[in-house]
Design a protein around this ligand. Structure first.
Ligand code: UGA
Length: 430
C-alpha cells in the first residue's frame, strides 16, 4: 500500500520504516528541514537499535522517502499516519496544536478519499475533532475516515515491538476504514481489536497510566521494605508469581521517566478531571515517582554528609538502557540538584552523553565507565546498562576514592557488594 507518515519523531520514524520494511511504499514528512536533510544523508536523528539498518535498506529499495512537503508526501497515499508531537502544557494537558495544524494541511491537499490514522497519543475525543477539522477544510465532496491506532512500542526495543506487536488496536467509525486498516495489518499474528475511536484513544492512556501505577506501587512497597527490613526483590518475586499480577514492571528504583509515562499520566488525570472525575490515584502515582528521586538524593547526602566540593560519579544518563533519550530521566534531575549543591559530577552513558551535555553544561562527560568512576567520592548508578552490570567490582573499588555505591536500579547483589568492601545502598533492600 502507499502510505504517508507525518512527523518523523520516535513513533513516526519507527512506524514508517517498519511499514516500508514489510513492503509498503512509505513517504515520511517532517516540517523540520534539518531532520529531513540528516535522514536523506543517511544519518539518524535518534538512537534506536536496528532502526538505522532498516531505514538504509528501505531507502535503497526505494520503499522509504523523506520529504518536507506534506502535499508531496500525501500524493499517492491511501493511509496517512499522524505522528506529530503532543507536548504537555503547564496544566498537564496535551498541546494539540500540531495535530490541528496537520489536520488542516491534510484537508487542504485532499484530492480523494483517504484514511487518516491517529498514532500520536491524544486525549479521548481527539479523533472526532480531527475528522470535523478535515471535513471542514477539505474540498467539497471529498471525504475521509479517521482511525485511532495507538502505538505501544517502547524505546530501546521499538523495532522489535513495532514489527511483532502484542496487540493492534483499531478505533474506527466506518466499515470501509476498518477494511483498509485490516488489510494493512493482515500480516500480524497478534490479536487485532476493533473498537470505536474513543475506546482506542482511552486504551492508550489507560495502558500507560496502569503501567506507571504498577511502577509507583512497587516503589511505595520498596519504601515500606526499607522501613521494615524486608527485601523488595523477594516481595516483587512473590507478588509476580500470581499470574493476575505478573512479574513484569515490578522493578523498584528511581522511578519512571521518558517521554511517555510522565506526560501521559498527567494528561490522563487532567482529561478525567475535565470530564468531571477526580482520578486522584494518578496524582499519587506521580507524587511517589517524584519522591523516589528525592529519597535517592537524601541517601547520597546521608552517605556523603556535605556534597559541596565532592566528586560524584554517575553511571547512566538515559531514562532507561538502549536509548539516548534523556527526557524526564531521573539522572538528569539528580545531577542538576547535585551541581546546584556544589558537587562535581563526572558521568558516563553509552549513548546519552551528547544530549545530556546540552542540558547540563556543568557536567563532565567521560568516555568510559572507568574514567567516570576514577577518583570519585561515590558512585551513583542511575541507568541499568549492561556495561555497568558487568563491570568488575575489584576494579571499581580501586578506581573510586571511597568505596561508596548508591544503586538506583538495584543492579548489584548487596551481599556481593558488601563482601567486596563497598558501602552499598540500593532501593528497598536492607
Ligand atoms: C512506554 C510503554 O511501555 C510503551 O508501551 C508505550 O508505547 C510508550 O511508553 C509510549 O507511550 O510511547 P517507554 O517510555 O519507551 O514505553 O519505556 P518503558 O520501557 O515502558 O519504561 C518507562 C520507564 O519506566 C523507564 O524509566 C523505566 O526505567 C521505568 N521502569 C520500568 C521502572 O522503573 N520499573 C519497571 O519495572 C519498569
Amino acid at each position: 500500500m502507499n502510505l504517508c507518515v507525518i512527523g518523523t519523531g520516535y513513533v513516526g520514524l519507527v512506524t514508517g520504516s517498519c511499514f516500508a520494511h514489510k513492503g509498503h511504499k512509505v513517504v515520511c514528512v517532517d516540517k523540520d528541514a534539518e531532520k529531513i536533510r540528516v535522514l536523506n544523508d543517511g544519518g539518524m536523528p535518534i538512537y534506536e537499535p536496528g532502526l538505522e539498518d532498516i531505514v538504509k535498506a528501505c531507502r535503497k529499495d526505494k520503499r522509504l522517502r523523506f520529504v518536507t512537503d506534506i502535499a508531496e508526501g500525501m500524493k499517492d497515499a491511501e493511509v496517512i499516519f499522524v505522528c506529530v508531537d503532543t507536548p504537555p502544557t503547564a496544566s498537564g494537558t496535551a498541546d494539540l496544536s500540531a495535530i490541528e495544524n496537520v489536520a488542516r494541511q491534510i484537508a487542504r491537499h485532499l484530492t480523494r478519499y483517504v484514511v487518516v490514522v491517529e498514532k500520536s497519543t491524544v486525549p479521548v475525543k481527539t479523533g472526532d475533532k480531527v475528522h470535523k477539522t478535515i471535513l471542514r477544510h477539505a474540498p467539497k465532496g471529498i471525504t475521509c475516515d479517521v482511525v485511532s491506532n495507538p502505538e505501544f512500542l517502547r524505546e530501546g526495543s521499538a523495532m522489535k515491538d513495532a514489527l511483532n506487536p502484542d496487540r493492534v488496536v483499531l478505533g474506527v467509525t466506518s466499515p470501509k476504514a476498518a477494511e483498509v486498516m485490516k488489510k494493512l495489518y493482515a500480516d500480524v499474528t497478534c490479536p487485532v481489536l476493533v473498537t470505536d475511536i474513543a475506546s482506542a484513544e482511552l486504551i492508550k492512556h489507560a495502558s500507560n497510566s496502569f503501567l506507571a501505577t504498577k511502577i509507583s506501587f512497587i516503589n511505595a512497597v520498596a519504601v515500606v521494605c526499607e522501613m521494615s527490613g524486608a527485601d523488595i526483590q523477594l516481595v516483587a518475586q512473590g507478588m509476580g508469581l500470581d499470574p493476575r499480577i505478573g512479574s513484569k514492571f515490578l522493578s523498584a528504583g528511581l522511578g519512571y521517566g521518558g517521554s511517555c509515562f510522565p506526560k501521559d499520566v498527567a494528561a490522563f488525570e487532567q482529561i478525567a478531571r475535565e470530564l468531571g472525575f477526580d482520578f486522584s490515584l494518578l496524582g499519587e502515582v506521580q507524587k511517589i515517582n517524584q519522591e523516589m528521586r528525592q529519597r535517592f538524593l537524601r541517601k547520597v547526602e546521608e552517605e556523603l554528609w556535605i556534597v559541596k566540593g565532592k566528586t560524584l560519579a554517575v553511571w547512566g544518563l538515559a531514562f532507561k538502557p538502549d536509548t539516548d533519550d534523556i527526557r524526564e530521566a531521573p539522572a538528569i534531575e539528580l545531577i542538576q540538584r547535585l551541581l546546584e549543591k556544589g558537587a562535581s559530577v563526572q558521568a558516563h552513558d553509552p549513548q546519552a552523553m551528547k544530549k545530556a551535555q546540552k542540558v547540563l553544561p556543568g557536567l563532565t562527560c567521560c568516555d568510559s565507565a572507568e574514567e567516570a568512576a576514577k577518583g570519585a567520592d561515590a558512585l551513583l548508578l542511575c541507568t541499568e546498562w549492561p556495561v555497568f552490570r558487568d563491570f568488575p567490582l575489584a576494579k571499581l573499588k580501586k578506581l573510586l576514592k571511597h568505596p561508596v555505591v548508591l544503586d538506583g536500579r538495584n543492579l548489584y547483589d548487596p551481599v556481593a557488594m558488601r563482601a567486596a568492601g563497598f558501602d552499598y545502598r540500593s532501593v528497598g533492600r536492607a
